[in-house]
Design a protein around this ligand. Structure first.
Ligand SMILES: NC(=O)c1ccc[n+]([C@@H]2O[C@H](COP(=O)([O-])OP(=O)(O)OC[C@H]3O[C@@H](n4cnc5c(N)ncnc54)[C@H](OP(=O)(O)O)[C@@H]3O)[C@@H](O)[C@H]2O)c1
Ligand SMILES: [Zn+2]
Length: 358
């Protein structure tokens, strides 16, 4: 499409027009942005479906790994079709191929990138963060190496849930905590996107999953998805009950909530167990309690997103029918504001998906 005034090519997009302040949603805009062009080694994807993440709210609040200065198209997750190949993209999926996009971008030449783990690249960046546009737009430019072709059995809306929440949960459970059938895990903040993904992945892998959530309705919903028990994070008895039920404590805790749940995480994990941290929604500076960490020989590890290989495994799980991402609702791009409002209010049950094009 072209702008009727300047005749430049534009795309419809959801973007942060400003950053910071007390009302992040007031920074949200839906309108036309300059259309992205693919640099050498990059391709253009025509986005069909994108999903929202808490990351988008952080961007609206002005919290980002890169300085935010100009309007920023939001979104890290997308499925779509290859539209146009940039220079030097021989071997990339042909135009028209259905793909899901891996949004982690490394420098491509450091030891981490050469080992196919760009998440620990010293120049790590994500789609939806400067200098890259996001996926909540009709077109997004991505490195050709970040495209994963989609099998017929995986729909665009399901695929659009995978690249952030499901990928992060997958890496927390299987790469970082190395959990397997018969192990026990505590997932904090059951209502969240990462937490919901973790519950579903645990159920399909035979891991006994326990959860916390501030809300009774979300605790019940988590149990309906397969959680063995659900606690209020403020329940002083929760750790004692968990230690009793699991014969000494859970093998791992998935922590994305931070200050509000850190104490419970350290009290619920078994001696020698692991706390995997991927977020700090309620605040990043809990009381560290180093005494518990060394005396009980706990491992605390950080993790972010995941690799292309891990995302491919998730696609395969969906294709086999073992995993069906939980989708709360699908809204058209021009109604994305209502989905952002639900995310900010924590009202969703599962992923909020934006249908960008058919
Ligand atoms: N490192 C990474 O690669 C990575 C990837 C994905 C997400 N994250 C981070 O992980 C966090 C969750 O992301 P998401 O997309 O899953 O978010 P989301 O869907 O918006 O969920 C928000 C989460 O925060 C919890 N929460 C918020 N305030 C809380 C408080 N005061 N006390 C207790 N719980 C609180 C909610 O739990 P209840 O409502 O159930 O109590 C829920 O789990 C975010 O901080 C995000 O930035 C990091
Ligand atoms: Zn690198």
């Amino acid at each position: 499409m072209r702008c009727p005034l300047c005749y430049r090519r534009v795309v419809r997009a959801v973007y942060a027009a400003r950053f910071g302040g007390d009302h992040p949603l007031s920074n949200l805009a839906i309108g036309d942005r300059p259309d992205p062009r693919p640099a050498a080694g990059w391709v253009l994807v025509r986005v069909t479906a994108a999903s929202l993440n808490h990351h988008d709210l952080w961007t609206l609040r002005g919290v980002s790994s890169q300085p935010l200065t100009t309007p920023q198209v939001l979104g890290c997750d997308a499925a779509g079709r290859v539209e146009e190949l940039g220079e030097g993209t021989g071997g990339a999926p042909a135009p028209g191929t259905r793909v899901v996009v891996h949004s982690v971008i490394g420098c491509g030449v450091c030891p981490a990138c050469l080992a196919a783990d760009p998440g620990v690249c010293h120049r790590l960046s994500l789609l939806g963060e400067p200098p890259h546009g996001g996926t909540l737009a009709e077109l997004v430019a991505v490195p050709a190496a970040n495209l994963i072709p989609l099998p017929d059995g995986v729909g665009d809306e399901a695929a659009a849930c995978l690249p952030t929440a499901y990928l992060t949960a997958y890496r927390m459970l299987f790469t970082r905590a190395r959990l397997g059938p018969g192990t026990f895990v505590l997932v904090q903040g059951a209502g969240g996107g990462v937490a919901t993904a973790a519950i579903l992945l645990c159920v399909q892998a035979g891991i006994e999953v326990h959860v916390t959530s501030r809300y009774a309705a979300k605790r019940q919903a988590a149990e309906e998805l397969g959680a063995a028990s659900a606690f209020d994070p403020g329940d002083l008895e929760a750790a004692r009950v968990l230690v009793e039920r699991t014969g000494g404590g859970v093998d791992a805790v998935l922590e994305t909530v931070g200050e509000a749940t850190w104490g419970l995480s350290l009290r619920s994990v078994r001696p020698g167990g692991i706390v995997v941290v991927a977020g700090a929604t309620s605040g990043p500076n809990p009381r560290a309690q180093l005494n518990r960490i060394f005396w009980r020989q706990l491992t605390v590890v950080g993790t972010s997103m995941g690799t292309r290989t891990e995302l491919e495994r998730l696609v395969a799980l969906c294709a086999s029918g073992a995993l069906r991402p939980l989708i709360d609702r699908v809204v058209p791009l021009d109604e994305a504001r209502s989905a952002f409002a639900a995310l900010a209010a924590g009202e969703q049950r599962g992923k909020l998906v934006v249908r960008v094009a058919r």
